[in-house]
Design a protein around this ligand. Sequence first.
Ligand code: ADP
Length: 288
Amino acid sequence: MVTMSDQVTTIEPMSLAQIAQEHGDGFSEREVVFEVKDLAVEYSGNAAIREVSLDVYKNSVTAFIGPSGCGKSTFIRCFNRMNDLVPGARVHGDVLYRGKDLYAADVDPVEVRRRIGMVFQKPNPFPKSIYDNIAFGPRVLNLKGSLDERVERALRQAALWDEVSNRLKESALGLSGGQQQRLCIARCLAVEPDVILMDEPASALDPISTTRIEDLMHELKRQYTIVIVTHNMQQAARVADMTAFFSVDVAPDGNKRTGILVEYDRTSKIFTTPADKRTEDYVTGRFG
Ligand code: ADP
């Protein structure tokens, strides 16, 4: 007779390869949104990442994975010029956004950050009402059309409307962590971005809230292009079409540590048959 405990013990945890294969949707590289060429970032003269080149594709989720300190956050900040705001940071190389140099002198970084929105690890709602959080960007930018409709649309897109529609005037700080993160995503969406950057968007959340954010990414990529940093490989396997594995290159004298891109490919390839031994060691848990 098969008992309940026998059944439980026979369920094997899914491997990353299985997860990646199950979630792979036959992604094919489509239109390129970002073309990164030979990018390097330094902080006060110390290189944090170097020689990074990759393309990000439209209507896809691209994940950056790798051990702590390999430059994932530094790299994602290059996609909307957030490093401009970091004292001592300098960016070298090219980031082309839809064929145009994102760092050209005539490009307005504020406009860049409207089109290329960002969500951070820790949800950061303004100490204002739920409504005013979402309405903030459209008001500042003087966007045309009904503000009420815009707020509702953004909250619906972020799968939050049903939970907050009867308390829009209440403080956003009263929402749960998971709801606050969806609010921040809605705040991004309200100004009609093209791309959403997410730096560890679920790492401060409980498993149910994490699942909701992951489901949301699947939904949002139909309309937007999404780039995420995650230290959670299962998450990358579940949500990403393309995955870039970064590592830390240590100089022979052991003093200089610089982030490098080791391998970039379809997520299913990265987690099943990576080309580089370092990627294989990392995704199989032999390193990091
Ligand atoms: P990851 O996101 O992979 O953990 P980071 O991009 O945060 O990596 O960091 C990469 C390297 O850059 C680390 O050595 C880190 O100390 C350094 N670094 C990151 N942000 C700053 C900063 N604002 N000022 C100086 N050094 C920084």
